[in-house]
Design a protein around this ligand. Structure first.
Ligand SMILES: Cc1cc2nc3c(=O)[nH]c(=O)nc-3n(C[C@H](O)[C@H](O)[C@H](O)COP(=O)(O)OP(=O)(O)OC[C@H]3O[C@@H](n4cnc5c(N)ncnc54)[C@H](O)[C@@H]3O)c2cc1C
Length: 402
């Protein structure tokens, strides 16, 4: 069945039977009823969290709330990991990492520990009106029913005047930032003795009773962190087999909006999409996003410099829109190359596309001392930021209660 037939089938099924047919990550009943934020803990030992991304920050919030002794070792000079915002090129804040809320919006309450269904954040339903396909030669607009069917099956939203970075900063990070030790890239975790010994690339050493590792699966794949004793063979295989693709995100500024809400580009391996970042925002800025992940990214990496990548994107848009891109390009862009960041090494993972046994193996603690969290470790399979935060709550609960 081709894509059109599948969409037509789903649209008619939703319409005829009024079934609330939604992709699992969007379904409310997949979400936990309570998290570690709703519980109290009493743990006398010292905990070290590795990584101050959404997942590590969430776990830290639970430790802080329960007066448990802990620190966070973060490799870079900032917190947030794959959450990052920019305020320099538009009159609204731009998420240059995670951007969409793929889960049901009530997830925001669960993530910040608020009860009920009333959501404080102003959201934009991501119901696109104009979308198109581009195969490198031919540009085709999609019919309205297809856009509607897509939204019914995979509804998502975005923050109206805010970002994922702001949400996590305000609701999770603020109470724990004083415990972050920046520029502390962990290079070794030795759990042979009673205490766990941690070393950083800069020669600092720390001791802990329990450790929560929240680095991306890309960092685990790279071998940047040495485990003593070594990780067992099954865990190593799970880390090797889980996909974590290279990729990057771009924001381009234009003097006029000549493009539709989204253009899906046909690629052999990966995802490549142009989309209106300003969709639904209160703004006068015209900002077109470009998101690319998978092997298709290698074509751009081969161009070496950022300027050449931007030039290639404008040229491709000119082919679609008869030169309108170069005519209205405001010569301002952002480019965040997540695939090349030493402490990220990729874009995102998707639990739904991985083997359950690999996910279980990755999530399994070592000797009840070393625990793992992060987007791919989320038992509720929410993906992205909600997955990372829920996994932080889940794993810290196990760490404190086992
Ligand atoms: C371009 C892009 C677009 C995305 N879009 C969305 C989206 O629209 N919606 C969505 O929900 N999700 C999206 N995601 C995914 C989302 O950003 C991630 O799922 C989430 O931020 C992962 O959080 P984390 O804490 O698991 O990992 P990270 O954010 O990777 O955090 C890990 C932290 O560990 C640190 N670290 C790494 N190695 C070491 C070390 N050796 N020692 C100490 N610290 C270390 C890193 O510096 C980092 O701060 C996107 C991601 C990218 C890259």
């Amino acid at each position: 069945m081709n894509k059109t037939l599948i969409l037509l089938f789903l649209a008619s099924l939703c319409y005829i039977s009024c079934i609330d047919l939604k992709w699992a990550a969007r379904a409310e009943d997949e979400l936990p009823k309570q998290t570690a934020l709703d519980k109290t803990y009493n743990y006398p030992g010292k905990v070290i969290i590795i990584g101050a991304g959404a997942s590590g920050l969430a776990a830290a919030k639970v430790l802080e709330q329960n007066n448990i002794d802990y620190i966070i070792l973060e490799a870079t000079n900032r917190y947030g990991g794959r959450l990052k915002k920019d305020t320099t090129i538009a009159d609204f804040p731009i998420d240059i990492g995670a951007e969409w809320i793929h889960s049901a919006p009530v997830v925001l309450n669960i993530l910040k520990g608020k009860k009920g269904y009333y959501i404080d954040e102003e959201l934009i339903p991501y119901k696109l009106k104009s979308t198109a396909n581009w195969d490198g030669k031919k540009y085709t607009e999609n019919p309205t029913w297809e856009n509607n069917a897509m939204y019914s099956f995979m509804p998502e939203s975005k923050f109206k005047n805010s970002t994922w970075y702001d949400f996590v900063n305000k609701n999770i990070a603020q109470t724990v930032t004083h415990k972050i030790k920046y520029n502390s890239p962990v290079s070794e975790i030795d759990h042979l003795g009673d205490k766990i010994m941690i070393k950083t690339q800069h020669g600092q050493s720390y001791k802990a009773d329990k450790v929560l590792v929240t680095v991306s699966v890309g960092v685990l794949k790279s071998g940047l962190i040495k485990f003593t004793p070594e990780l067992d063979i099954k865990k190593k295989k799970a880390i090797k087999d889980i996909s974590f693709h290279p990729g990057f995100k771009v924001a381009l500024k234009f003097s006029e909006k000549f493009y539709p809400d989204a253009i899906n580009c046909k690629v052999k391996d990966g995802e490549k999409v142009f989309y209106d970042i300003a969709f639904g925002k209160d703004t006068k800025s015209n900002i077109l996003g470009f998101l690319c992940t998978g092997n298709v990214s290698q074509n751009y990496y081969a161009l070496i410099s950022e300027e050449k990548i931007i030039h290639a994107l404008i040229k491709e848009l000119d082919m679609m829109f008869d030169g309108k891109a170069s005519a209205s390009y405001a010569s301002e862009y952002l480019l965040e190359n997540w695939g090349k960041h030493k402490f990220t090494r990729g874009t995102w993972t998707q639990a739904m596309q991985e083997k359950g046994s690999h996910l279980e193996m990755l999530n399994q603690p070592i000797n009840n001392k070393i625990y793992f969290a992060g987007e791919i470790n989320d038992p509720y399979k929410q993906m992205g930021v909600p997955g990372a935060i829920l996994s932080g709550y889940y794993s810290v609960d196990k760490l404190l209660t086992n």
